[in-house]
Design a protein around this ligand. Structure first.
Ligand SMILES: *[C@@H]1O[C@H](CO)[C@@H](O)[C@H](O)[C@H]1NC(C)=O
Ligand SMILES: *[C@@H]1O[C@H](CO)[C@@H](O)[C@H](O)[C@H]1NC(C)=O
Ligand SMILES: *[C@@H]1O[C@H](CO)[C@@H](O)[C@H](O)[C@H]1NC(C)=O
Length: 273
């Protein structure tokens, strides 16, 4: 009870701040926060960076995916459409650097794998069969079977987290042995996960739900049994924004979300560091 009143106090303060703030920066901030406030029993972990990017005119297609190269402070974005640039490169600060449209036709997913000596970016062109190949998984509903494995990430203890979107669950495997460690379904009864990434501190798994236009922050379980899935925080985006894939900067914890419906990439920054 005490906690609720404290939160209600924060909410009033926040609203006053936002109404003032929105007079100067437009109403989209206000709309964003009203959605967040409606989930006030949850912690608010991230806020939209309204000034990012500085050149949104480069978003000319359906933005399907993003990849952060935090070593070099770069953000890669791939978009679909006819006669447009397919890959855009921005700095993490929001400045546009370059674009290209050769070698890429219908991008679906991407990831950055840079080292101190070499920058590289991997882009998948339609489909996500590469996940099936890596896991040697079969289509189906049982343990270690998949129905549209859509995104994958690895945690610091070597567990592989797979967004098994069609089966409305996340499945977890040991990276080295491939042993199935469990599945989470209870958070995804409405819609399966489209994207999975950890915050750099490993405390939360960030999950995108496409048609619900929602981001969930799920508590990351300690090493061992994964237990049940527990949502700590969420961000409700506007209807039809359709967040498809996201990536997280390992340095700053910033989240970049590729929104197919809104045709843009948005940046969310952690409130606490
Ligand atoms: C590449 O982009 C240019 C414009 O920037 C456009 O004229 C050209 O048609 C595009 N090529 C493809 C294959 O999309
Ligand atoms: C995979 O399995 C699901 C249900 O188990 C089914 O709905 C879907 O059509 C299957 N997909 C393929 C490519 O066989
Ligand atoms: C989202 O909605 C579209 C259109 O209704 C549907 O085809 C698609 O399967 C849905 N995707 C998910 C992840 O539920």
């Amino acid at each position: 009870m005490a906690r609720f009143w404290l939160c209600a106090g924060c909410t009033v303060f926040f609203l006053a701040f936002l109404i003032l703030h929105s007079r100067f920066s437009g109403s989209s901030v206000l709309r964003e926060f009203i959605f967040q406030i409606s989930w006030r029993s949850e912690e608010i972990l991230y806020k939209l960076d309204v000034g990012w990017p500085k050149h949104s005119e480069y978003f000319t297609g359906a933005t399907f995916c993003v990849a952060v190269d935090s070593l070099n402070g770069l953000l890669y974005i791939a978009q679909r459409g006819d006669n447009i640039q397919k890959v855009l490169v921005f700095t993490e600060d929001g400045y546009f650097l370059r674009a290209w449209n050769y070698t890429v036709d219908t991008p679906h997913g991407m990831f950055a794998a840079s080292t101190l000596y070499e920058q590289s970016i991997w882009i998948t062109d339609v489909g996500n069969d590469f996940l099936m190949l890596w896991l040697h998984g079969e289509n189906g509903t049982g343990p270690a079977k998949f129905n549209i494995p859509h995104s994958v990430t690895v945690d610091s203890s070597g567990r592989v987290w797979v967004a098994d979107r069609g089966n409305k669950r996340i499945q977890v495997f040991d990276k080295d042995t491939g042993v199935w460690l469990g599945a989470w379904n209870n958070c995804f009864t409405e819609e399966g996960p489209s994207s999975v990434r950890f915050t750099p501190d490993g405390k939360y798994l960030i999950v995108a739900q496409l048609n619900l236009s929602r981001l969930l922050f799920v508590a990351a379980p300690p090493v061992g049994s994964i237990g049940y899935c527990s949502v700590i925080s969420s961000i409700q985006l506007a209807d039809q924004v359709l967040p498809h894939l996201l990536d997280v900067s390992g340095k700053t914890g910033a989240i970049y979300v590729a929104e197919i419906g809104a045709k843009q990439v948005q940046k969310y920054v952690p409130l606490k560091s």
